[in-house]
Write a protein that binds this ligand. Structure first.
Ligand SMILES: *Cc1c(COP(=O)(O)O)cnc(C)c1O
Length: 432
């Protein structure tokens, strides 16, 4: 069994870990990956992440490090910063956040005093844990108030389950937040920074745009760029942007110093320079014309997927999508089917996705009534609209016949065939 990475041979010294990496590689390439926050990075990104840069301590920033020996590392981080700035048209970039959560924490720390009020999206309407969940340290340091989406609507002229900007404005006026956060983890529509900016200006608030999910769609020109509009933009590098696992921040020059010191020494110690090198690679890849085509395909695939899921009898929150994900409300399909059970049945049959709360979900966040399905990963593997329609049918069959072993084994076979036809790493040395 190979280790599924270009450095597979080096893992022979530890057969246990080599076996596990090999097994995970097999899982990734033989099942359908629909988790909206995942992707398949390039072999170049994998190689940089597994490089000797992991050995180096480089606390500080290029030209201002605490330890010696950082001549090369400075060039790596400068390259990553320059590429991030040019990709998003930003005045300043910080590429050190270990994750999207850390990027958000640093942005809050840079812009706020403890106890300040922040207006962000409700968690059960699509906000992220770092947008003030009671379980997150963010809610212990700052005072979070929330806005949500409009009620579901049967009238095609009244868009339902979209960000309720009247509510954003009302809440901003009554709560007087110091910061408004735009951005979501389970919202299938374009998030435009402009109306948020207007409201922020009306109440004298700062605006942070959390682009964790759409960063790749923005870089690829499929979604509007919030960088010139928001004061600070945070994002992850591993979702639609298709880079290594990590975070980054771009902002206006006036916040550069505050953002940098909030990351180090405010929140983190030594940066992960092997990951920063991989981020630099991903930023360059995302600037290529092929990536523009990729971002457009991700969106086109999601639209095709949405239509085919509706044909299967699923209701989609907000009625569709204009990004890389759909949020399925399972209740009209089968009132007894929970998100938890649907996720488990699909998982057993080779379709990987996650349960998700839907707006005003009557079930708990652990059980839920929804599924979140994304197209970013399988679009990287080469799937297009036709395959998305096939996957929608496979999902419908799996959930309809979830107690029929024969029907399920037919699904599993078709899943295996589909994955074999779209290998995400066709040329990878050491892959099977
Ligand atoms: C994924 C996500 C994050 C956090 O990213 P991690 O790298 O998992 O910490 C933050 N905000 C939003 C909106 C996200 O979707």
């Amino acid at each position: 069994m190979s280790a599924g990475s270009p450095f597979g041979a080096w893992l022979e010294s530890d057969p246990e870990v080599a076996r596990l990496i090999g097994e995970e590689y097999e899982r990734q390439v033989t099942t359908i990956q629909l988790i909206a926050s995942e992707n398949f990075t390039s072999p170049a990104v994998l190689a940089a992440t597994g490089s000797v840069l992991t050995n180096k301590y480089s606390e500080g920033y290029p030209g201002a490090r605490y330890y010696g020996g950082n001549r090369v590392i400075d060039e790596v981080e400068d390259l990553a910063r320059d590429r991030a700035k040019s990709l998003f048209g930003a005045e300043h970039a910080n590429v050190q956040p270990h994750s999207g959560a850390n990027a958000n924490l640093a942005a809050y720390q840079a812009l706020l005093e403890p106890g300040d009020t922040v207006l962000a999206m409700r968690l059960d309407h699509g906000g992220h844990l770092t947008h003030g969940s009671p379980a997150s340290i963010t809610s212990k340091i700052w005072r979070f108030v929330d806005y949500g989406v409009t009620p579901a609507s049967d009238d095609p002229d009244v868009p339902g389950e979209v960000i309720d900007f009247d509510q954003v404005r009302d809440r901003a006026k009554s709560e007087q937040p110091k910061l408004i956060v735009a951005g979501s983890t389970a919202y299938s529509r374009t998030i435009d920074a402009e109306p948020f900016r207007q409201i922020a200006d009306e109440v004298g608030a700062l605006l942070m745009f959390d682009a964790a999910h759409p960063a790749g769609l923005i870089a690829g020109g499929a979604h509007p760029n919030p960088v010139e509009i928001a004061d600070v933009v945070t994002f992850t590098t591993h979702k639609t942007l298709r880079g290594p696992r990590g975070g980054a921040i771009v902002c206006k020059a006036e916040y550069a110093k505050k953002i940098d010191s909030a990351i180090f020494p405010g929140l983190q110690g030594g940066p992960l320079e092997h990951v920063i090198a991989a981020k630099a690679i991903a930023f360059e890849e995302a600037a290529r014309p092929e990536f523009r085509a990729y971002a457009a395909s991700v969106v086109a695939n999601a639209k095709a997927f949405a239509t085919a899921l509706q044909v299967e009898g699923f209701r989609l929150v907000s009625g569709g999508t204009d990004n890389h994900l759909v949020l399925v409300d399972l209740r009209p399909f089968d009132a007894k089917l929970t998100g938890k059970v649907a996720q488990e049945v699909l998982d057993r049959n080779g379709i990987t996705c996650n349960r998700n709360t839907i707006p005003d979900d009557p079930r708990s966040p652990f059980v839920t009534s929804g599924l979140r399905l994304g197209t970013a990963a399988e679009t990287t593997a080469g799937m297009r609209e036709g395959e998305m329609a096939t996957i929608a049918q496979l999902i419908g069959r799996t959930l309809r016949h979830r107690d029929d072993a024969k029907a399920l084994s037919a699904v599993s076979e078709e899943v295996a065939e589909l994955c074999a036809a779209f290998p995400p790493y066709p040329g990878l040395v050491g892959s099977t």
